[in-house]
Structure formats: C-alpha cells, structure tokens
Design a binder for this molecule. Structure first.
Ligand code: C5P
Length: 220
C-alpha cells in the first residue's frame, strides 16, 4: 500500500511545517486535519451556534460541506464553496475549536471525510489522532513534541501578525486548548504505542524533516 505518514502532536510542535516539508521531499499529498476542525468551527460560529453547547453543535455537524486540498505547496480549505484558509486562523476560531472538536458527532463526520481523502495512501496527514484513530495502519507514525519554551517562542513569532494578542495571553490560551485536546473523551491527543517520538526542541525544521524522511525510507 502506498505510504501513509501520520504526524501527531500538540500545537506549536512544528507539525505543519514539518508535514508539508516531508510531503514535498517524498512527492506525497498533504492533509491538515486541524484545518478541517477549524473549518467546522468557523461555520458553527457564523451560523450562531453556541460552541459550548455540545448538543447544538452535534445537531448541525452534518451541514457544512468541507473540501480540503492536498497540495503541500498550497493547501486550501473551503466551506460551502467559500475559501476559508484565512478566516480559520483567527483567534476567535482558535479559541473555540477545542470545544467543537470534542463533540463525537463532529469527529465521526470529519474522520469519515479524512479517511476518504487518505484513500489508497501516498499522503502525509497531520493532526492529533491520526496514528491512533484515523489511520491506525499508517506505515510511519510520528509524535512530534517540543518543550513549552520552544513552543512559546514559535508562537511568539506567529503572533507578530496579531498585535492584539500578548505572548502571555496566547500561551494561556494555547495551554487551555492542549488541556482540552488531551483530556477529552473522544480521541484525545495521545502518542500511539508504535509512534516514533521526535522532540523538535533542539532541532531545526530541516532536521525534523530529515528524521521523518529517514523513517519513511526504512519502511520501503
Ligand atoms: O492543528 P491545529 O492547531 O490547527 O488544530 C486545531 C484544533 O483542531 C486542535 O486544537 C484540536 O482541538 C482539533 N484537532 C483534533 N483532531 C485532529 C486535528 C485537530 O481534534 N486530528
């Protein structure tokens, strides 16, 4: 079966850049599952659904039509035909996404979509539950981590684009999101037993990409 590479880990671990880099290096497709949960959240907020109300979220989870591109050079995501690549990165969506993604009906819907896109393989998939739930048979599973300081530093760089958010506030929001993601009942963020843990604290992006490419080549 063509390769599936599962890249899981908490926010700020450098998953997105590493996953895209690995896909480019190996000529594979790329799927950002976090973007799908963000797209679902963006739609809920726009529809006026109270995201803390799990029942209300579940009742509407089948409505939005979410289409994900898989080109690592320009991953796109559309909801009901509208490109939402920009709007899903706002602080409002970021702070609401963990509540929405904890709702089982949302997960069932998006996991089905993700498996459809993964199809026959040839893809790098990043998220929180790829190696454990979405693609438990993936040939290569990586759990990417980084120290709290390194993650905060990376976030601080991203923050330059959002002057309204202080580093400290963002760190607190990030910690809250990770706590919800790791302790929820439905598919919490955990390392799969057969995943290779890569700590990116002391590694440059190229070194992380190289390490994953090496794992993939060992599988060939
Ligand atoms: O990766 P990103 O930070 O964009 O993910 C946004 C949110 O989507 C996460 O905080 C988590 O709540 C949710 N998520 C998830 N399962 C995945 C990917 C993301 O629950 N496979």
């Amino acid at each position: 079966m063509p390769l599936v590479i599962a890249m899981d880990g908490p926010s700020g671990s450098g998953k997105s850049s590493a996953s895209k880099g690995v896909a480019r290096a190996l000529g594979l497709r790329y799927l950002d599952t976090g973007a799908m949960y963000r797209a679902m959240t963006w739609w809920m907020l726009r529809a006026g659904v109270r995201v803390e109300d799990a029942g209300a979220v579940a009742a509407r989870a089948l409505e939005p039509v979410i289409v994900s591109g898989t080109d690592p050079d320009g991953p796109t995501i559309a909801v009901d035909g509208e490109d939402v690549s920009g709007p899903i990165r706002t602080r409002e969506v970021t702070n609401a996404v963990s509540a929405v993604s904890a709702v089982p009906a949302v997960r069932t819907r998006l996991v089905d979509l993700q498996r459809e896109i993964i199809g026959a393989g040839g893809i790098v998939v990043e998220g929180r539950d790829i190696g454990t739930v979405v693609a438990p048979d993936a040939a290569v599973k990586v759990f990417l981590t980084a120290s709290e300081e390194a993650r905060a530093e990376r976030r601080a760089k991203e923050l330059a684009a959002d002057p309204g958010a202080s580093v400290r506030t963002t760190q607190a929001e990030q910690a809250r999101r990770d706590r919800i993601d790791s302790t929820r009942k439905a598919s919490p963020l955990t390392k799969a037993a057969d995943a290779h843990e890569i700590d990116s604290t002391e590694l440059g992006l190229d070194e992380v990409i190289e390490a994953v490419v090496r794992l993939a080549k060992e599988r060939e």
